[in-house]
Design a binder for this molecule. Structure first.
Ligand code: FAD
Length: 678
């Protein structure tokens, strides 16, 4: 066994995006020694890419806005599958989180009277997104980083060590959340019933392993989009936090709900999937098909009919006079727009490269476009040689966001069933129901990042030094052996008893293709069943994934490790999508096209079929021939039955005073008769 460095902190936060940094700031401000671990460079998290803004009902542009309206919009957007308490906390607390950011130095765009400016976005009744041009995520991360540096400077003055109470371990990947030995004599390590004891990971640059012990671990690892071929997501989005939670025994919910953003670039092929921000439509951009028709008027679903304009004239008037007109259907929630674009392309009315046209050039002056949408102007000019001030963009759906995630307690962000584990941001489930509204992620990160940091700190503070959980040597050794498995093939061209050594890149590409083709924007029973078959095959082959070279910055090795996570979360998505026989939000079934009120009462909960154990007895494998054909990496059941078991769980009833925020006519579309009578 190699030397594994050990450290002890009070709170470990995995992830340095908006959720992770906000959690870390809170935990440190509560006085806890807090370690932040991130697999990219500090400041490079996915949050940086966020463009349009942060949704918060500050009412700066329209005084009619308040938290109740935001709550209503969020529940409508999620088709009432959201955890109502999360949606309530989010709507109530988002304005404070934005003002707090400003007090920490964020420079938002302003209204003419000097308030934080707010822009329109799909599904939001009023202009609600606080923004910095179309580079809001960058400002958010810059501000949180600056706050972290300020806290570190305080510690430098007080302790002579700027990392005394807050340290960032950048370019480090966590591969396991470890738990303490079960006092009742049950299994230890990843599974078992014990509480969280710490994390195991490796430094990307050196390949060195480390263990950080802590009674509280916050997952803030973002999403899963890299399991799909066409995606707006960055390389980091391999579903690590989702998988770490599953492997530690914490369930995931709502994994069938994956958001396909309606507008990604479609051309040239090398940039397919890169996001075209919703701000383009929020600021007046219109969608047209190859006949030049504004087709979205044909796609307003019944549940939204009375809230959206029925004619182009009314839609256009809304930009000037929103109080007396209804909004244009280009601003429907994302799931609706994505499906509409998909239908137009399928019907042969698409653009030359398989998308539709998004035009802002006829709606705003070139100066305004460059000022309000500078990144989009630059992106299209540089990547596609298209000048969006003069010509339309070609756009089509791209995998963007996962609504599903770790099941958490809404108030404390504590993961279900694993004491000491917390989750916030995109890795957590429940908040957005079946579909997230644009802008509601950045606010979610801040609201629930703060809460996760607060309650993780409280748990750590309440753990007496003599009661702190300890990571067992055997568990650290087993996690190390697991991480080293891809090096066990001495010759990557060899064939083992169970098949050839596999190239992790090939497996990744096949996985992305399968998810894209078979569990994508429109789903069918046979295709999802086929996806599960392919995933089983890929899982078997992934056990033979082999890499050459050594542990110093070896991307092939990193990917081989990530594959375990991608396969786990992909199976959750496919299994849950197969189970849910209705269409709702980000889950569209060709064979069950309608929304079914009975399904609104159901959350699909994913857990690993057999509680996985790290096989501590297995010898370290480096230098020992090809990877074994046994259950391998995670020790999970590896047959066609898959690794994930699904459970249907009833959604909690929505609090009556919150239901009263809606008209009965609207509730009738979502709630069952039984619920309505209550
Ligand atoms: P991230 O910001 O992704 O951070 C995840 C962190 O976890 C990273 O630091 C990563 O290195 C780390 N990590 C992951 N796995 C591991 C591991 N195994 N070990 C250690 N570290 C790990 N939302 C909005 O509300 N408004 C917008 O305008 C908006 N625009 C967007 C534009 C684009 C192009 C995209 C792709 C998304 C946009 N979103 C927007 C969505 C939003 O950006 C994300 O949902 C959000 O940033 C996720 O934040 P997070 O803190 O949960 O995770």
């Amino acid at each position: 066994m190699t030397q594994v460095e050990r450290q002890a902190w009070d709170v470990v936060v995995i992830g340095a995006g908006g959720a992770g940094l906000r959690a870390a700031i809170e935990a440190r401000e509560q006085g806890m020694r807090t370690a932040v671990i991130c697999k990219s460079l500090f400041g490079k998290a996915h949050t940086v890419m966020a463009e349009g803004g942060i949704a918060a009902s500050m009412g700066n542009v329209n005084e009619g806005d308040n938290w109740q309206v935001h709550f209503r919009d969020t529940m409508r957007g999620g088709k009432f599958l959201n955890h109502w308490r999360m949606a309530e906390l989010h709507a109530r607390e988002a304005p404070d989180r934005v003002w707090e950011l400003e007090s920490w130095g964020a420079l938002f765009d302003r209204t003419v009277d000097g308030k934080i400016s707010q822009r329109n976005f799909g599904g939001h009744e009023y202009p609600r997104l606080a923004h910095v041009g179309d580079r809001t995520g960058l400002e958010l991360i810059r501000t949180l980083q600056q706050k972290i540096v300020a806290l570190q400077q305080e510690d430098e003055r007080e302790f002579g060590d700027h990392e005394a109470r807050l340290k960032v371990f950048q370019e480090c990947t966590v591969t396991r959340v470890l738990k303490e030995a079960d006092p009742a004599g049950g299994p230890t390590g990843a599974g078992g019933s014990g509480r969280v004891a710490g994390v195991f990971g490796y430094e990307r640059e050196s390949g060195r392993f480390f263990v950080i012990e802590a009674p509280s671990v916050v997952l803030a690892t973002g999403g899963i989009g890299k399991s799909f071929k066409v995606t707006s997501n960055s390389w980091e989005y391999t579903g690590d936090g989702h998988a770490l939670a599953l492997l530690a025994g914490a369930p995931l919910i709502n994994m069938e709900f994956v958001q396909f953003h309606p507008t990604g670039m479609v051309w040239p092929p090398s940039v397919k999937g890169i996001l075209v921000t919703e701000s383009v439509r929020g600021d007046g951009g219109v969608l047209r098909n190859s006949d030049g028709k504004r087709f979205m008027f044909d796609y307003v679903p019944d549940v939204f009919k009375d809230k959206y304009a029925q004619s182009e004239e009314e839609g256009d008037r809304w930009y000037e006079d929103p109080d007396n007109n209804r909004r244009p259907p280009e601003l429907l929630p994302r799931d609706e727009v994505a499906r509409a674009i998909n239908s137009e392309v399928k019907a042969g009315r698409g653009s030359p490269h398989g998308g539709v046209f998004l035009d802002v050039s006829t709606r705003m002056s070139a100066e305004t476009i460059k000022r309000r949408l500078p990144s989009m102007h630059h992106q299209f000019k540089e990547l596609a040689d298209v000048d969006i001030t003069a010509e339309p963009m070609e756009v089509g759906p791209t995998c963007h966001y996962v609504m599903g995630g770790v099941e958490v307690d809404p108030d404390t962000a504590a993961a279900t069933g694993v004491l000491g584990l917390f989750a916030a941001g995109e890795v957590a489930g429940g908040m957005h129901g079946s579909n997230r509204l644009g802008g509601n992620s950045l606010s979610d990160l801040l609201v629930f990042g703060r809460r996760a940091g607060l309650y993780a700190a409280q748990l750590a503070a309440n753990t007496r030094p003599e009661d702190r959980p300890v990571v067992a040597e055997a568990d650290a050794a087993a996690a190390e052996a697991e991480a080293l498995l891809p090096f066990s093939a001495e010759d990557v061209n060899a064939t083992t008893a169970s098949g050839p050594v596999e190239n992790p890149y090939t497996l990744h590409q096949e996985l992305q293709q399968a998810m894209n083709d078979l569990v994508g924007i429109i789903r069918k029973h046979e295709e999802m069943a086929e996806a599960l078959n392919r995933l089983a095959g890929l899982r078997a082959r992934a056990r033979r994934a082999g890499v050459e070279g050594h542990r110093q910055f070896n991307p092939g090795w990193h990917l081989a490790i990530d594959l375990r996570n991608m396969l786990l979360v992909s199976e959750c998505v496919a299994r849950a999508a197969l189970e849910r026989t209705e269409s709702r939000g980000g889950h569209t079934r060709d064979d069950f096209p309608a929304m079914d009120r009975l399904w609104r009462r159901v959350n699909l909960v994913c857990q690993v079929a057999t509680q996985p154990e790290i096989d501590a007895e297995r010898p370290a494998v480096h230098g020992g021939g090809v990877a074994p054909a046994d259950p391998g990496l995670s020790g999970l059941v590896g047959d066609q039955a898959g690794q994930i078991q699904l459970e249907r769980r009833e959604t909690p009833p929505i609090r009556p005073d919150l239901l009263q925020l809606f008209e009965r006519d609207e509730l009738v579309k979502y709630l069952t008769d039984e619920e309505l009578s209550q």
